[in-house]
Design a binder for this molecule. Structure first.
Ligand SMILES: CCCCCCCCCCCCCCCCC(=O)SCCNC(=O)CCNC(=O)[C@H](O)C(C)(C)COP(=O)(O)OP(=O)(O)OC[C@H]1O[C@@H](n2cnc3c(N)ncnc32)[C@H](O)[C@@H]1OP(=O)(O)O
Ligand SMILES: CCCCCCCC/C=C\CCCCCCCC(=O)OC[C@@H](O)COP(=O)(O)O
Length: 486
């Protein structure tokens, strides 16, 4: 439904010059046990059922020639076993039919129960003494549905503060209110002598009046109070500020992933690096929520002929915002496979073509990297790797893992380092610090690997590490500190 109005969808189709062959992405999926991916495939199938049902399984809209084939394999069309549609279809009307007749029945039961509870008799004498009762017009125990529904109202409405307060205070206003809301009249009449009487007796009319007004605006005031309290707590307690802000980031990621996934499916038909453009568009707006600013330099260094390995420092889950700020087209990331199970975020990373590796198995991770080395040239994709292998928010770099550099040498493609200045001035989970801030980003000139062999990987790794560390310190205002390290 969103497809025609989504601006990204207009950009996607015609502008992409070289669609990524699906075979490569298939290869990258290989190390992931099929059993592990079942849930995710199932989620993808669910979202995909609708377009397929209209266009047919072999005609995925806007797909490359290979897309339908892959889509059939990776996202096989479920034979109408969508659990949601199964439930929602019959449940909705059924629920309505059941709900409607049940209401009076339920109310009747409720009333009967009340009659037999201690409150019933307690209220009855109170009501009769407190306010003049209208003369009974029918047989008292007549159990018609109207009588049954009205019976429990007086005690409920007697607790209703606005009517009680008004009637007790100003008769004119109360009468008008009663005329406007006939069904509440009885309640107001009951409430008036209770609340008003007590207040008068206690000599606290003024207090009762302001309370009545306040309670009339109850919801509004509660909302304002909660917001004010949260604001105060955020101001006073760094821990609350941190939890709320990072919680909001999580919610934003989860919700936006859930909303973006169907768009990706509709526009590009399944798992493809082209989806990264859509994801990027969405994520780039996140920074405004957190008061983050990016100052980017050296974007022209991405303009290398053909594929490349991009390496960058990894400080936090907030890096996703920095990543999307500079991400070139046709670039996939290497991520830990656990990400795939992160609900909607897992789904969107899967759809974006993220290459998942198992960090617990060096052999498996190396196999994936070797496969990527083979296919990235043919597919003309850039691959983004975090060589530290984990998040590190100390303002320094962890020693680099060599996977990215083996990959570059094996594929004989350049390495492009990207450095983000330290987050420590505005983000530090250990100190519950998360405020607004500025992040400097620098894309460094490519480092060629043509002619290098596996023997050169260590040197290449060290060279890259040193350049990036020096840049990190310079961008973070710690000039000179990185020069002597290796
Ligand atoms: C719409 C809203 C959306 C909101 C959500 C937004 C979502 C956005 C999507 C974007 C998602 C981005 C995802 C980013 C995720 C970031 C991460 O997950 S970081 C963590 C995962 N990444 C990595 O770990 C990469 C870096 N690691 C490596 O490169 C590692 O080397 C390794 C390949 C994983 C292997 O690691 P390990 O098992 O620890 O082994 P090592 O010690 O590194 O190496 C052992 C040995 O093997 C040699 N070697 C390594 N790789 C290779 C290779 N490819 N080929 C040959 N040999 C290799 C290495 O040299 C060592 O040998 P040596 O003799 O000791 O040198
Ligand atoms: C059904 C399961 C539901 C789980 C919900 C989890 C929801 C997660 C939601 C939002 C988080 C948004 C994160 C965006 C992507 C972040 C990628 C990232 O930065 O991963 C960290 C990884 O590089 C290194 O991990 P470690 O530092 O080794 O650890």
């Amino acid at each position: 439904m969103r497809k025609p109005t989504d601006p990204t969808s207009h950009q996607e189709g015609p502008k992409d010059p070289t669609p990524i062959p699906w075979d490569a992405l298939e290869a990258w999926e290989d190390p992931i046990p099929m059993q592990d991916t079942k849930t995710l495939h199932h989620m993808v199938r669910r979202s995909k059922n609708t377009p397929h049902s209209t266009t047919g399984p072999h005609t995925t809209p806007r797909g490359t020639p290979k897309t339908p084939h892959h889509a059939r394999r990776a996202l096989p069309i479920a034979p109408r076993r969508n659990p949601i549609s199964h439930q929602e279809g019959p449940y909705d009307p059924h629920g309505h039919h059941e709900g409607a007749p049940k209401l009076p029945h339920h109310a009747t039961r409720d009333t009967k129960t009340r009659r037999h509870t201690k409150r019933g008799p307690k209220n009855a004498p109170h009501n009769t003494t407190a306010a003049p009762q209208p003369p009974p017009t029918g047989p008292p125990p007549a159990p018609g549905p109207v009588t049954e529904l009205r019976a429990p109202k007086p005690p409920l409405l007697a607790l209703s503060p606005p009517h009680g307060g008004r009637c007790g205070r100003t008769r004119g206003g109360g009468a008008e209110l009663s005329r406007a809301h006939r069904p509440h009249k009885a309640g107001a009449a009951h409430a008036a002598p209770r609340g008003g009487g007590r207040k008068r007796g206690g000599g606290s009319v003024g207090l009762g009046g302001s309370r009545g007004r306040g309670m009339e605006l109850g919801w509004l005031l509660w909302g304002a109070a909660v917001l004010l309290l949260l604001h105060l707590l955020m101001e006073l307690s760094p821990a609350v500020n941190f939890v709320l802000r990072i919680g909001f980031y999580y919610v934003l990621c989860i919700v936006c992933s859930g909303l973006t996934a169907p768009v990706c499916l509709l526009v590009n038909g399944g798992r493809t690096v082209k989806n990264m453009r859509i994801i990027k568009t969405v994520v780039k707006s996140f920074k405004y929520f957190f008061g983050l600013r990016f100052e980017v330099k050296g974007l022209e260094n991405f303009d290398v002929e053909g594929p490349a390995i991009i390496v960058s420092n990894h400080q936090s889950i907030l890096d996703m915002m920095g990543l999307m700020e500079v991400l070139p087209d046709g670039c996939v990331q290497v991520g830990k496979k656990e990400l795939m199970y992160a609900g909607t975020v897992g789904l969107i990373t899967y759809l974006g073509g993220v290459i998942f590796i198992n960090r617990k198995s060096t052999t498996s991770a190396k196999m994936v990297m070797a496969e990527v080395a083979k296919t990235m040239t043919a597919d003309n994709v850039k691959v983004w790797v975090y060589p530290e292998g984990t998040r590190n928010c100390t303002g320094d770099l962890l020693p680099f893992k060599k996977g990215a550099f083996h990959l570059a040498v094996q594929a004989q493609v350049p390495v492009i380092p990207v450095v983000y200045s330290s987050f420590t001035t505005f983000y530090n989970p250990k100190k519950n610090l998360f405020t607004s801030g500025k992040i400097k980003v620098e894309v460094l000139p490519p480092i060629e690997t043509k002619g290098l062999t596996s023997d050169d990987v260590s040197d290449l790794t060290d060279r890259c590490y040193n350049i990036m560390r020096e840049t990190l310190f310079r961008l973070s205002g710690r000039s000179g500190e990185g020069k002597d390290s290796s």
